[in-house]
Ligand binder design. Structure first.
Ligand SMILES: [Ca+2]
Ligand SMILES: [Ca+2]
Ligand SMILES: [Ca+2]
Length: 446
């Protein structure tokens, strides 16, 4: 089956995104390189495309979890002493400094290059790595040195596919941290990979969440998340899961005058499904499966002003409505019991008010609700369509005209004549369940 991805009515999504790279001057404090800091993005707006079949994003082999350093001769070299890399094992790790660009080479597939850096206090440690050529696939892992056991304990990793940079973060206690860059596929002695680390003393409560493996799992329910971007590399990832094809509503609110953010949607295979600028509404229809929402700062960030990410869902299928009120003219408004159960009593002009839900009970925003009434006079059917609001509420007016008075009810001072008429609901071509199916259609009293 061909899966279709649609954008509904959101002009902002059609904008192409201009990209400027992170500002290198913010990092080049003691650098071995003064090249501009590369964090390549290849943005595209959310556009129609067919998501590929869902697979887990973490199928790749990952670096070893724990590495025993006992009985190994640790050395201390600087990057300048070992430009082309004999640092192929942890005991040969090169010391790198925070906020410094390091370049390295891997000479054959499967090799690693090792680095170590010290974290002086409790800080968030961020590491970024980009391979030099897009046909190589290098991965990044972070280890903490357990000084008691002389073991490197893996505390984070990032292992995306070829052509994607790697990014990880870790809420670190003070100590020595080891970083491995490992070739999963290919090698390149012409184009160096780039490694960069930074440390943040202030960060939001969802950290670390800088890649899909550490994405905050938001499950299947709508959420809002208030977070901040604490450094130019910081990315905040959320994982969402759709049990069925769904319309996903996205919005990234940011009031900062200094930071400019955007979000990007990824499928489970880490294929980008497009981007959305801050302060714009986006909606995308996605098949069942898991997806990632990535928030990032392509150009500049503002540590002090949080953004708010909102994700909610609009299932295409309304399956149930709950009627709160049927408003009527002719002074017969309200629920009465004419001997056939309590029903809404109506005259000529009525307004049917209620709320629409999907099969799992979520209110459906922007859904279509059709209301149909069949009166006894000429068995005429009157229908009208309304749209639900952002909370799933709808209000649909109909002019159903007069009743013929098939039934009567003896009230204390008069007799009321009325019909019992059918009312039904639909959404598109689907029948919708409702908590009412008949009305008292008031004719006259005598
Ligand atoms: Ca990779
Ligand atoms: Ca953050
Ligand atoms: Ca983050």
């Amino acid at each position: 089956m061909k899966l279709k991805l649609k954008i509904l009515s959101v002009a902002a999504l059609a904008l192409s995104i201009g990209v400027s790279m992170s500002n290198p001057s913010a990092y080049a404090q003691s650098g071995s390189s003064t090249d501009s800091f590369p964090k390549p993005h290849n943005f595209k707006p959310l556009i129609e495309s067919a998501p590929s079949a869902n697979k887990s994003a973490d199928q790749k082999k990952v670096p070893p979890k724990n590495i025993d350093l006992q009985n190994q001769n640790l050395r201390s070299l600087t990057v300048a002493e070992d430009t082309y890399g004999t640092n192929t094992s942890p005991d040969q790790a090169l010391t790198i400094n925070s906020n410094t660009i390091t370049n390295g080479y891997i000479t054959q597939q499967g090799e690693s290059r090792w680095y170590k850096t010290s974290v002086p206090a409790n800080l968030k440690l961020t590491a970024y790595m980009a391979a030099g050529a897009t046909n190589t696939d290098y991965d990044l892992a972070l280890y903490r040195l357990n000084t008691t056991t002389s073991t490197l304990e893996q505390v984070s990793l990032s292992s995306k596919g070829a052509g994607l940079y790697e990014l990880l973060s870790y809420i670190a206690t003070s100590g020595t941290y080891y970083i491995s860059v490992t070739s999963y596929q290919g090698a390149d002695t012409t184009n160096p990979f780039t490694l960069f680390t930074t440390q943040s003393d202030s960060y939001d409560q969802s950290e670390p969440d800088d890649n899909p493996w550490f994405a905050k799992d938001r499950g299947t329910t709508p959420f809002t998340s208030q977070q901040n971007i604490d450094n130019a590399l910081d990315e905040d990832w959320s994982k969402i899961t759709l049990n069925a094809q769904s319309k996903v509503n996205l919005r990234l609110n940011n009031t900062s005058a200094n930071g400019t953010y955007m979000l990007q949607i990824w499928d489970a295979n880490l294929k980008s499904l497009g981007t959305l600028n801050q302060n714009a509404d986006g909606q995308i229809i996605l098949p069942a499966g898991s997806y990632y929402v990535q928030v990032m700062a392509p150009s500049n960030f503002d540590l002090t002003t949080p953004y708010t990410l909102s994700v909610n869902y609009q299932n295409a299928a309304i399956t149930r409505v709950a009627i709160s009120e049927v408003v009527s003219d002719r002074g017969v408004q309200g629920m009465v019991n004419y001997g056939y159960g309590k029903k809404w009593r109506v005259g000529y002009n009525i307004t049917v008010k209620g709320r629409a839900f999907d099969a799992t009970g979520n209110p459906i925003a922007n859904g279509l609700v059709s209301v149909g009434v069949k009166v006894k006079l000429n068995n005429k059917i009157i229908t009208q369509v309304g749209t639900t609001d952002s909370m799933g509420y709808f209000s649909v007016p109909l002019n159903i005209g007069p009743a013929i008075g098939q039934y009567s009810y003896s009230a204390p001072v008069s007799t009321h004549y009325f019909d019992i008429i059918d009312i039904a609901f639909a959404s598109g071509t689907n029948t919708v369940q409702a908590d009412i199916n008949t009305l008292y259609h008031f004719a006259y009293s005598s």
